[in-house]
Design a protein around this ligand. Structure first.
Ligand code: UDH
Ligand code: MN
Length: 354
């Protein structure tokens, strides 16, 4: 009898030892899943701890799933990486119909140009424009022409996929007009605003008759207005560089910009041509069919008489180039107004009174 009860006792001790051994290892494995060290005094607490572990793991599951879905979605934004715009813009239409008999208010023009950003800015949404272009317009008191120019040019520049801004450089006061100095001011002010690599200088009264005449820069300085209606759609003389031209920043700096000293009408465009020639550059041009322009007819403006001294200055063009240009430019900005159609900069250029 004693022997039997001893056997039972040994068996019970063995059983409880086995139970606690199993319990000990089970507990160790479960708590190891927690990174923070927690101690559980009772078995009840231990069971809660296991439940908590399972819940935390379950709660983590959707997170892990989300993370893996995010990884799959990564190529989606990569698809939106824009490519460089093509050499030939795809939406060009060629010859254009242009007339100046319709009266247009600035508000009507604004409503049509709903693709512009403040300052007269645009850049193509689907591709990276080949060049960043500042359009520089020398200006005073030509508001009729301004409306026509904006109405026609903005849609053309959009089709040409240019990243551009229109700068109207308005000469303040009644002094003698100076087209080339205003263009220098346009260059200097534009460069303060954006990293332009090309500058198109245009009269306010010239509208291209073909949108394949690209408003951008080329290997050499470019003359765009090669076939104006007022010259029977021809060049008035071989070295003509007036009306509309484009120079890259490098080309412009190579000639120290434009002369500041041509007051009144005439000669400054020929001076620029001389500068380009004397720096060993050639002139690039579109053909006569693509380079057609219509000029809004006008009389010569007040305070912009033909200056009889200008032809003499022209002989000294290459000599004066290093001292008269962007490096000697002096002016005072009076106001900068950013309209949706243009950036309008009024400037005092220290003009002599006529
Ligand atoms: N400009 C102004 N305001 C002025 C003078 C000139 O905005 O008071 C600007 C404007 O951008 C203009 C450019 O400077 O387009 C060149 O001036 P212009 O248009 O007077 O030059 P263009 O060679 O005129 O076209 C020559 C005089 C035409 C007289 C014809 C008489 N039948
Ligand atoms: Mn004109």
């Amino acid at each position: 009898m004693r022997k039997k009860s001893l056997k039972t006792l040994v068996f019970l001790v063995f059983l409880s030892l086995a139970f606690y051994t199993v319990l000990f290892f089970y507990k160790k494995k479960s708590t190891a899943t927690f990174s923070s060290k927690k101690s559980y005094g009772t078995d009840k607490a231990f069971i809660w701890a296991i439940k908590e572990t399972v819940q935390v793991q379950q709660a983590k599951k959707p997170e892990a799933l989300e993370a893996s879905q995010e990884k799959i979605e990564i190529p989606a934004p990569a698809k939106q990486i824009l490519e460089r715009c093509p050499d030939t813009p795809p939406d060009l239409v060629g010859p254009l119909y242009v007339e100046f008999t319709v009266e247009r208010t600035l508000d009507e023009v604004r409503k049509e140009m709903n693709f512009l950003k403040e300052g007269g800015r645009y850049k193509p949404p689907d591709c990276i424009a080949q060049q960043k272009v500042a359009l520089i317009i020398p200006f005073r008191n030509r508001y009729d022409h301004l409306r026509h120019w904006l109405y026609y040019l903005h849609p053309i520049l959009k089709r040409q996929q240019v990243d551009y801004t229109v700068y109207i450089i308005n000469q303040d006061g009644e002094g003698v007009f100076n087209r080339a100095k205003l263009m220098n001011v346009g260059y200097a002010e534009a460069m303060k605003q954006y990293d332009y690599d090309c500058f198109v200088f245009s009269d306010i009264d010239l509208i291209p008759l073909d949108d394949r005449n690209l408003y951008r820069c080329f290997e050499s300085p470019r003359h765009l207005a090669v076939a104006m209606d007022k010259f029977n759609f021809n060049m008035p003389y071989d070295t003509f560089f007036g009306g509309v031209s484009s120079l890259s920043r490098d080309q412009y700096l190579k000639i120290n910009g434009f002369p500041n000293t041509y007051w009144g009408w005439g000669g400054e465009d020929d001076d620029i041509h001389e500068r380009i020639k004397s720096r060993g550059m050639t002139i690039s041009r579109p053909d006569l069919a693509t380079g057609k322009y219509k000029m809004i007819r006008h009389q010569r403006d007040l305070h912009n008489e033909a200056n009889p001294n200008n032809p003499f200055k022209l002989r000294l063009a290459s000599l004066n180039m290093n001292a008269d240009g962007i490096n000697s430019l002096r002016y005072t900005v009076k106001a900068i107004v950013k309209d949706v159609l243009y950036t309008f900069i009024t400037v005092d250029i220290e003009a002599p009174q006529s």
